[in-house]
Design a protein around this ligand. Structure first.
Ligand code: ADP
Ligand code: MG
Length: 250
């Protein structure tokens, strides 16, 4: 479902992604690990076309949504392809990013109505189902500030699901949470994984990676230095930096 090839990205003189190749098959969960500054968020943002690669390309569902270097020329993909593809990719951030002035229901209904043209009534019915799925039945009228961080993040996940994404990207979804709220959010993500959702999850939760990931990818200095089944990558990493990182977070 996702094919990344030769992806490079610099900010000024700082090379942040140094030739990334990554494949994610439909229904699989890829966990992205790596030290702070290794390029994890930039990679996720590139897959969602929030960053413009300098070289290489990102393909989702067989459709290029990056920029492709071909025959010595950089080909820019038409903007409507980007917009259409982005509507198929959900993203969940560390800081929830809910609309604070909207109720939970309005947060979930907004995009399907504005982007998809779904009727408000159908979007509201779907939102109610999704809230139940993330364990927040009956909270339609609540404002985000009245909810705990774990509840807000579960609303953010429901909001992403409201667009029926083909792919979900999570960028450290539990890093901003108090420790006692981490489990409820990971449980929702695990439930989604079991339902067959294709996901890329940046997290430092190694237990979650071990249990849920099909593939663990370790990024260091903008390069993938380890990749494989969790049992291999987490138990006996060949790479020195990956070993040091795991020793620090475990
Ligand atoms: P990670 O998510 O692994 O912590 P990031 O992808 O956020 O890493 O960042 C990788 C590097 O790129 C960091 O050194 C960061 O400071 C830099 N960086 C990220 N975004 C920008 C930006 N918009 N402008 C300049 N530098 C950036
Ligand atoms: Mg990051």
């Amino acid at each position: 479902m996702v094919r990344v090839r030769g992806l490079r990205k610099s900010f000024g003189a700082h090379l942040v992604l140094d030739g990334i190749d990554l494949d994610v098959r439909q229904g699989e969960v890829t966990v992205l690990l790596g030290p702070s500054g290794s390029g994890k968020s930039t990679l996720l943002r590139s897959i969602n076309h929030l960053e413009r690669p300098d070289d290489g390309f990102v393909e989702v569902n067989g459709e290029i949504i990056g920029y492709r270097y071909r025959g010595g020329r950089l080909h820019e993909v038409r903007p409507h392809t980007i917009t259409r593809q982005r509507a198929r990719i959900g993203m969940v951030f560390q800081q929830f990013n809910l609309f604070p002035h909207m109720t939970v229901l309005e947060n979930l209904v907004e995009a399907p109505v504005a982007v998809r043209g779904t009727s408000r009534k159908a979007a509201a019915a779907r939102a109610t189902d999704l809230l139940e799925r993330v364990g927040l039945a009956g909270r339609e009228g609540a404002y985000p500030r009245t909810l705990s961080g774990g509840q807000q993040q579960r609303v953010a996940i429901a909001r992403a699901l409201a667009m029926d994404p083909d792919l979900l990207l999570f960028d450290e979804p539990t890093s901003a949470l108090d420790p006692e709220l981490v489990g409820e959010v990971l449980a929702v993500i695990k439930d989604l994984a079991e339902s067959g959702m294709t996901m890329i999850v940046v997290t430092h939760e190694i237990g979650f990676a071990r249990e849920v990931a099909d593939t663990v990818v370790f990024l260091d200095g903008g390069r993938i230095v380890e990749s494989g089944p969790p049992a291999d990558v987490l138990s006996r990493p060949g790479n020195e930096r990956a070993r040091a990182f795991l020793a620090a977070v475990l």
